[in-house]
Design a protein. Structure first.
Length: 157
């Protein structure tokens, strides 16, 4: 498992997040030096995909409900007030999780850790948390778009 520890996970995830936000949302995010223990407060959405194979793990994207709606409007080419319900928002956050997770899966496979990726799943609300337990690696990166935070967490073993 030393190979997992040696992977430039932060660099790969950062580059993938920049590319996906730019390409799919026309949003330029910046990696923040904000403490990785930062959380998204209030109503929020978490999109997640799992990895299974030579390694197992999860990739989670945490954003506020407000930021999720901005992302949805950007991806679908609509105005905020045109968003009809939670389903559109959940679909966009799920798709973002799938794209970032899919790129990460490819990196794992290229590094000699063949694995599969799950379909995305969504959790939303104002009172939940995720915990890192018994993982070989846990990385949390904080990205900023204007005043909005996007936390990207990767758990692998």
């Amino acid at each position: 498992m030393n190979e997992i520890s040696a992977m430039d996970l932060k660099g790969f995830v950062s580059n993938t997040v920049y590319e996906v936000f730019d390409t799919m949302l026309s949003m330029e995010v910046q990696l923040s030096d904000t403490d990785s223990r930062t959380t998204v407060d209030g109503d929020r959405i978490m999109g997640s995909v799992g990895f299974a194979g030579e390694l197992t793990g999860n990739l989670c994207i945490h954003v506020s409900d407000t930021f999720a709606r901005l992302m949805t409007a950007a991806m679908l080419g609509m105005e905020l007030e045109e968003i009809e319900g939670e389903e559109e928002v959940h679909d966009v956050i799920g798709e973002m999780s799938n794209m970032i997770g899919g790129n990460l899966k490819s990196a794992f496979c290229d590094a000699g850790f063949p694995c599969n990726i799950s379909i995305p799943y969504i959790t939303s609300g104002s009172d939940f948390k995720t915990e890192s337990m018994n993982w070989v690696r846990h990385e949390c990166l904080v990205f900023l778009y204007q005043q909005h935070l996007a936390l990207i967490e990767v758990f692998i073993k």
